[in-house]
Ligand binder design. Structure first.
Ligand SMILES: [Mn+2]
Length: 334
Protein backbone atom coordinates (compact mmCIF):
# COMPACT_ATOMS: atom_id res chain seq x y z
CA UNK A 1 0.00 0.00 0.00
CA UNK A 2 1.49 3.32 -1.06
CA UNK A 3 0.61 6.19 1.21
CA UNK A 4 1.47 8.86 -1.32
CA UNK A 5 0.00 9.29 -4.76
CA UNK A 6 2.76 8.91 -7.39
CA UNK A 7 4.15 12.27 -8.43
CA UNK A 8 3.41 11.58 -12.10
CA UNK A 9 -0.34 11.40 -11.45
CA UNK A 10 -0.31 14.60 -9.42
CA UNK A 11 1.70 16.28 -12.18
CA UNK A 12 -1.01 15.34 -14.70
CA UNK A 13 -3.63 16.99 -12.50
CA UNK A 14 -1.50 20.10 -12.07
CA UNK A 15 -0.93 20.29 -15.81
CA UNK A 16 -4.62 20.45 -16.71
CA UNK A 17 -5.44 22.80 -13.81
CA UNK A 18 -2.57 25.06 -14.81
CA UNK A 19 -3.72 25.21 -18.44
CA UNK A 20 -7.40 25.87 -17.71
CA UNK A 21 -8.86 29.26 -18.67
CA UNK A 22 -12.07 28.61 -16.71
CA UNK A 23 -13.05 25.76 -14.42
CA UNK A 24 -16.29 24.14 -13.33
CA UNK A 25 -15.99 21.95 -10.25
CA UNK A 26 -18.73 19.40 -9.69
CA UNK A 27 -19.52 17.72 -6.38
CA UNK A 28 -21.56 14.56 -5.97
CA UNK A 29 -25.32 14.46 -5.37
CA UNK A 30 -26.40 14.56 -1.71
CA UNK A 31 -23.07 16.29 -1.04
CA UNK A 32 -21.01 15.61 2.05
CA UNK A 33 -18.27 17.75 3.57
CA UNK A 34 -15.55 15.92 1.62
CA UNK A 35 -16.96 16.68 -1.82
CA UNK A 36 -17.98 20.25 -0.88
CA UNK A 37 -14.73 20.90 1.01
CA UNK A 38 -12.73 19.66 -2.00
CA UNK A 39 -14.76 21.76 -4.42
CA UNK A 40 -14.55 24.98 -2.40
CA UNK A 41 -10.84 24.53 -1.60
CA UNK A 42 -10.05 24.09 -5.29
CA UNK A 43 -12.26 27.06 -6.19
CA UNK A 44 -10.39 29.30 -3.74
CA UNK A 45 -7.01 28.30 -5.20
CA UNK A 46 -8.20 28.90 -8.77
CA UNK A 47 -9.78 32.24 -7.84
CA UNK A 48 -6.53 33.31 -6.18
CA UNK A 49 -4.79 32.53 -9.47
CA UNK A 50 -7.30 34.70 -11.34
CA UNK A 51 -9.08 31.78 -13.04
CA UNK A 52 -12.89 32.06 -13.28
CA UNK A 53 -14.40 29.15 -11.35
CA UNK A 54 -17.80 27.89 -10.27
CA UNK A 55 -18.81 24.94 -8.11
CA UNK A 56 -22.09 23.04 -8.29
CA UNK A 57 -23.94 19.84 -7.41
CA UNK A 58 -27.13 18.46 -8.93
CA UNK A 59 -29.22 17.87 -5.81
CA UNK A 60 -30.67 18.75 -3.38
CA UNK A 61 -31.42 22.38 -4.19
CA UNK A 62 -29.83 23.68 -1.00
CA UNK A 63 -26.43 23.01 0.53
CA UNK A 64 -26.83 21.02 3.77
CA UNK A 65 -27.05 23.52 6.64
CA UNK A 66 -24.03 22.11 8.50
CA UNK A 67 -21.74 23.08 5.58
CA UNK A 68 -22.86 26.67 5.17
CA UNK A 69 -19.96 28.07 7.17
CA UNK A 70 -17.36 26.65 4.76
CA UNK A 71 -15.25 29.39 3.16
CA UNK A 72 -15.66 29.71 -0.61
CA UNK A 73 -19.41 29.20 -0.54
CA UNK A 74 -19.73 32.25 -2.83
CA UNK A 75 -18.42 30.08 -5.68
CA UNK A 76 -21.46 27.75 -5.47
CA UNK A 77 -24.00 28.11 -8.29
CA UNK A 78 -27.27 26.24 -8.95
CA UNK A 79 -27.02 23.42 -11.56
CA UNK A 80 -28.98 25.50 -14.09
CA UNK A 81 -26.10 27.99 -14.12
CA UNK A 82 -23.55 25.37 -15.19
CA UNK A 83 -23.14 25.90 -18.95
CA UNK A 84 -23.40 22.97 -21.34
CA UNK A 85 -19.90 23.57 -22.66
CA UNK A 86 -17.03 24.20 -20.28
CA UNK A 87 -13.28 24.35 -20.61
CA UNK A 88 -12.18 22.19 -17.70
CA UNK A 89 -14.62 20.12 -15.66
CA UNK A 90 -13.30 18.77 -12.36
CA UNK A 91 -15.28 16.08 -10.52
CA UNK A 92 -14.34 15.78 -6.85
CA UNK A 93 -15.10 12.77 -4.63
CA UNK A 94 -17.24 11.13 -7.35
CA UNK A 95 -16.74 7.39 -7.89
CA UNK A 96 -18.68 7.41 -11.15
CA UNK A 97 -20.32 9.83 -13.57
CA UNK A 98 -23.67 8.81 -12.12
CA UNK A 99 -22.72 10.49 -8.85
CA UNK A 100 -22.99 13.81 -10.69
CA UNK A 101 -26.73 13.23 -11.10
CA UNK A 102 -28.28 15.45 -13.78
CA UNK A 103 -24.97 17.31 -14.19
CA UNK A 104 -23.32 14.19 -15.66
CA UNK A 105 -24.40 15.42 -19.09
CA UNK A 106 -21.87 18.29 -18.81
CA UNK A 107 -19.02 15.79 -19.32
CA UNK A 108 -19.73 15.55 -23.04
CA UNK A 109 -19.49 19.33 -23.38
CA UNK A 110 -16.21 19.64 -21.48
CA UNK A 111 -12.93 20.03 -23.36
CA UNK A 112 -11.21 18.16 -20.50
CA UNK A 113 -12.58 16.30 -17.49
CA UNK A 114 -10.35 15.84 -14.45
CA UNK A 115 -11.46 13.28 -11.88
CA UNK A 116 -10.01 13.69 -8.37
CA UNK A 117 -11.20 10.92 -6.08
CA UNK A 118 -10.40 8.26 -3.51
CA UNK A 119 -13.15 5.67 -4.06
CA UNK A 120 -11.95 2.13 -4.67
CA UNK A 121 -14.80 1.60 -7.11
CA UNK A 122 -13.93 4.66 -9.26
CA UNK A 123 -14.82 4.04 -12.90
CA UNK A 124 -12.20 6.50 -14.26
CA UNK A 125 -14.71 8.50 -16.26
CA UNK A 126 -12.43 11.50 -16.85
CA UNK A 127 -9.89 12.48 -19.48
CA UNK A 128 -7.38 12.67 -16.63
CA UNK A 129 -8.04 10.52 -13.57
CA UNK A 130 -6.19 11.00 -10.31
CA UNK A 131 -7.56 8.30 -8.06
CA UNK A 132 -5.92 7.33 -4.79
CA UNK A 133 -7.91 4.76 -2.90
CA UNK A 134 -5.41 4.98 -0.03
CA UNK A 135 -6.24 8.67 0.51
CA UNK A 136 -8.43 9.04 3.58
CA UNK A 137 -10.43 11.82 1.96
CA UNK A 138 -10.57 13.60 -1.38
CA UNK A 139 -9.50 16.75 0.50
CA UNK A 140 -6.25 15.01 1.52
CA UNK A 141 -5.64 14.18 -2.16
CA UNK A 142 -6.32 17.87 -2.90
CA UNK A 143 -3.68 18.85 -0.34
CA UNK A 144 -1.14 16.80 -2.31
CA UNK A 145 -2.28 18.37 -5.59
CA UNK A 146 -1.83 21.87 -4.10
CA UNK A 147 1.65 20.92 -2.84
CA UNK A 148 2.64 19.57 -6.25
CA UNK A 149 1.24 22.75 -7.79
CA UNK A 150 3.16 25.00 -5.39
CA UNK A 151 -0.09 26.53 -4.12
CA UNK A 152 0.01 27.42 -0.41
CA UNK A 153 -2.75 26.18 1.87
CA UNK A 154 -4.00 29.23 3.75
CA UNK A 155 -6.47 29.31 6.61
CA UNK A 156 -9.69 29.32 4.59
CA UNK A 157 -8.46 26.57 2.26
CA UNK A 158 -7.36 24.58 5.33
CA UNK A 159 -10.88 24.97 6.76
CA UNK A 160 -12.33 23.24 3.69
CA UNK A 161 -9.68 20.52 3.59
CA UNK A 162 -10.12 19.81 7.31
CA UNK A 163 -13.90 19.53 6.86
CA UNK A 164 -13.43 16.64 4.42
CA UNK A 165 -10.68 15.02 6.43
CA UNK A 166 -12.50 14.99 9.76
CA UNK A 167 -15.77 13.68 8.30
CA UNK A 168 -14.33 11.02 5.98
CA UNK A 169 -12.14 9.64 8.77
CA UNK A 170 -15.09 9.55 11.20
CA UNK A 171 -13.38 12.08 13.51
CA UNK A 172 -10.01 10.37 12.91
CA UNK A 173 -11.32 6.93 13.88
CA UNK A 174 -10.08 5.40 10.64
CA UNK A 175 -6.93 7.38 10.14
CA UNK A 176 -3.91 6.03 8.29
CA UNK A 177 -0.26 7.02 8.45
CA UNK A 178 0.00 10.70 7.55
CA UNK A 179 -3.59 11.60 8.49
CA UNK A 180 -2.67 13.30 11.73
CA UNK A 181 0.29 15.02 10.10
CA UNK A 182 -2.05 16.58 7.58
CA UNK A 183 -4.51 17.48 10.35
CA UNK A 184 -1.69 19.11 12.31
CA UNK A 185 -0.65 21.12 9.29
CA UNK A 186 -4.20 22.30 8.65
CA UNK A 187 -4.82 23.15 12.32
CA UNK A 188 -1.56 25.11 12.37
CA UNK A 189 -3.13 27.66 10.02
CA UNK A 190 -5.32 28.72 12.96
CA UNK A 191 -8.63 27.06 12.02
CA UNK A 192 -11.04 26.09 14.81
CA UNK A 193 -10.89 22.30 14.39
CA UNK A 194 -13.18 21.60 17.33
CA UNK A 195 -15.77 24.08 16.11
CA UNK A 196 -15.69 22.77 12.53
CA UNK A 197 -16.07 19.20 13.79
CA UNK A 198 -18.90 20.07 16.17
CA UNK A 199 -20.80 21.94 13.45
CA UNK A 200 -20.39 19.18 10.88
CA UNK A 201 -20.79 16.09 13.06
CA UNK A 202 -22.06 16.78 16.55
CA UNK A 203 -24.96 19.18 16.18
CA UNK A 204 -28.56 18.04 15.68
CA UNK A 205 -31.98 19.54 16.41
CA UNK A 206 -33.98 18.14 19.32
CA UNK A 207 -36.21 16.21 16.88
CA UNK A 208 -33.22 13.99 16.14
CA UNK A 209 -33.66 12.22 19.49
CA UNK A 210 -37.24 10.90 18.96
CA UNK A 211 -36.31 10.01 15.34
CA UNK A 212 -33.39 7.90 16.56
CA UNK A 213 -35.65 6.29 19.13
CA UNK A 214 -38.16 5.18 16.47
CA UNK A 215 -35.62 4.07 13.89
CA UNK A 216 -33.24 2.27 16.25
CA UNK A 217 -36.18 0.70 18.07
CA UNK A 218 -37.03 -1.26 14.93
CA UNK A 219 -33.47 -2.33 14.02
CA UNK A 220 -32.98 -6.00 13.17
CA UNK A 221 -30.08 -8.39 13.65
CA UNK A 222 -29.29 -11.27 11.28
CA UNK A 223 -26.44 -13.02 13.09
CA UNK A 224 -25.94 -15.70 10.43
CA UNK A 225 -25.68 -13.32 7.48
CA UNK A 226 -22.47 -13.14 5.41
CA UNK A 227 -21.19 -16.52 6.55
CA UNK A 228 -21.66 -15.64 10.21
CA UNK A 229 -20.19 -12.12 10.08
CA UNK A 230 -23.67 -10.84 10.91
CA UNK A 231 -25.81 -8.03 9.52
CA UNK A 232 -27.60 -5.36 11.52
CA UNK A 233 -30.00 -3.06 9.71
CA UNK A 234 -32.58 -0.34 10.20
CA UNK A 235 -35.09 1.53 8.04
CA UNK A 236 -35.47 5.29 7.97
CA UNK A 237 -38.86 6.04 6.48
CA UNK A 238 -40.05 9.44 5.26
CA UNK A 239 -42.41 9.87 8.18
CA UNK A 240 -39.56 9.24 10.63
CA UNK A 241 -37.57 12.24 9.41
CA UNK A 242 -40.24 14.84 8.60
CA UNK A 243 -38.75 18.25 9.29
CA UNK A 244 -35.25 16.90 9.84
CA UNK A 245 -32.16 17.48 7.69
CA UNK A 246 -30.04 15.04 5.71
CA UNK A 247 -27.48 15.32 8.52
CA UNK A 248 -29.90 13.61 10.90
CA UNK A 249 -30.70 10.87 8.37
CA UNK A 250 -27.01 10.23 7.66
CA UNK A 251 -26.19 9.99 11.37
CA UNK A 252 -28.20 6.79 11.88
CA UNK A 253 -25.63 4.46 10.34
CA UNK A 254 -23.01 5.63 12.83
CA UNK A 255 -25.08 4.27 15.70
CA UNK A 256 -26.26 1.10 13.95
CA UNK A 257 -22.73 0.10 12.90
CA UNK A 258 -21.53 -0.10 16.52
CA UNK A 259 -23.47 -3.36 17.08
CA UNK A 260 -21.00 -5.95 18.36
CA UNK A 261 -22.89 -8.97 16.99
CA UNK A 262 -22.67 -7.77 13.37
CA UNK A 263 -19.60 -6.90 11.28
CA UNK A 264 -21.84 -5.45 8.58
CA UNK A 265 -24.41 -2.68 9.03
CA UNK A 266 -27.01 -1.29 6.66
CA UNK A 267 -29.40 1.62 6.87
CA UNK A 268 -32.17 1.83 4.27
CA UNK A 269 -33.24 5.43 3.73
CA UNK A 270 -36.48 6.17 1.94
CA UNK A 271 -36.35 9.00 -0.62
CA UNK A 272 -38.31 12.05 0.43
CA UNK A 273 -39.00 13.02 -3.18
CA UNK A 274 -39.42 9.69 -5.02
CA UNK A 275 -41.71 7.18 -3.24
CA UNK A 276 -40.40 3.62 -3.32
CA UNK A 277 -36.80 4.74 -3.93
CA UNK A 278 -34.25 3.92 -1.24
CA UNK A 279 -30.63 4.83 -0.72
CA UNK A 280 -28.69 2.33 1.31
CA UNK A 281 -25.64 2.97 3.50
CA UNK A 282 -23.37 -0.02 4.12
CA UNK A 283 -20.57 -0.29 6.67
CA UNK A 284 -18.28 -3.17 7.57
CA UNK A 285 -15.49 -3.69 10.05
CA UNK A 286 -12.79 -6.17 10.96
CA UNK A 287 -13.71 -8.56 13.76
CA UNK A 288 -10.76 -7.57 15.95
CA UNK A 289 -7.70 -5.38 16.32
CA UNK A 290 -5.06 -6.23 13.72
CA UNK A 291 -7.41 -8.50 11.80
CA UNK A 292 -7.96 -7.67 8.16
CA UNK A 293 -11.13 -9.70 7.68
CA UNK A 294 -13.77 -7.01 7.06
CA UNK A 295 -16.15 -7.70 4.19
CA UNK A 296 -15.52 -5.47 1.15
CA UNK A 297 -18.84 -3.65 1.02
CA UNK A 298 -17.69 -1.62 -2.02
CA UNK A 299 -17.96 -4.87 -3.99
CA UNK A 300 -21.38 -5.63 -2.52
CA UNK A 301 -22.60 -2.11 -3.30
CA UNK A 302 -21.16 -2.21 -6.81
CA UNK A 303 -23.07 -5.44 -7.56
CA UNK A 304 -26.21 -3.65 -6.36
CA UNK A 305 -25.56 -0.67 -8.65
CA UNK A 306 -23.60 1.60 -6.28
CA UNK A 307 -20.03 1.84 -5.05
CA UNK A 308 -17.76 3.13 -2.34
CA UNK A 309 -14.91 2.01 -0.13
CA UNK A 310 -14.09 -1.35 1.45
CA UNK A 311 -15.56 -0.39 4.83
CA UNK A 312 -18.15 2.19 3.71
CA UNK A 313 -20.28 2.04 0.60
CA UNK A 314 -23.78 2.63 -0.69
CA UNK A 315 -26.30 2.12 -3.45
CA UNK A 316 -29.75 3.21 -4.59
CA UNK A 317 -32.56 0.76 -5.18
CA UNK A 318 -36.32 0.25 -5.31
CA UNK A 319 -38.72 -2.24 -3.77
CA UNK A 320 -40.54 -3.13 -0.60
CA UNK A 321 -38.56 -3.25 2.64
CA UNK A 322 -38.69 -7.06 2.52
CA UNK A 323 -37.32 -7.05 -1.06
CA UNK A 324 -34.45 -4.78 -0.04
CA UNK A 325 -33.37 -7.01 2.83
CA UNK A 326 -33.68 -10.16 0.72
CA UNK A 327 -31.57 -8.66 -2.08
CA UNK A 328 -28.85 -7.52 0.32
CA UNK A 329 -28.74 -10.85 2.17
CA UNK A 330 -28.41 -12.64 -1.19
CA UNK A 331 -25.38 -10.50 -2.10
CA UNK A 332 -23.80 -11.15 1.31
CA UNK A 333 -24.03 -14.91 0.87
CA UNK A 334 -20.54 -16.33 0.34
MN1 LIG B 1 -14.84 11.21 0.28
Amino acid sequence: MTAVKPAADLAAAVEVLDAARSVTVLCHVQPDADTVGSGLALAQVLHRRGVPVRVSFAEPAELPASMRSLPGIEFLVPPAEVPDEVDLLVAVDCGSAGRLGTLADRISGAATTLVLDHHRSNTRFGTVNVIDETAESTTSLLARVFDAWGEPIDRSIAYCLFAGLVTDTGCFRWAGPGTHKLADRLLSTGIDGAGITRTLMDTHPFGWLPMLSRVLGSAQLESEAADGAGLVYAFVRCEDVAGLRSEEVESVIDVVRTTSEAAIAAVFKESRTAPGLWTVSLRSRDTGVGLDDGVDVAQVATRLGGGGHRYAAGYTTTGTPEDLVTALLAELRP
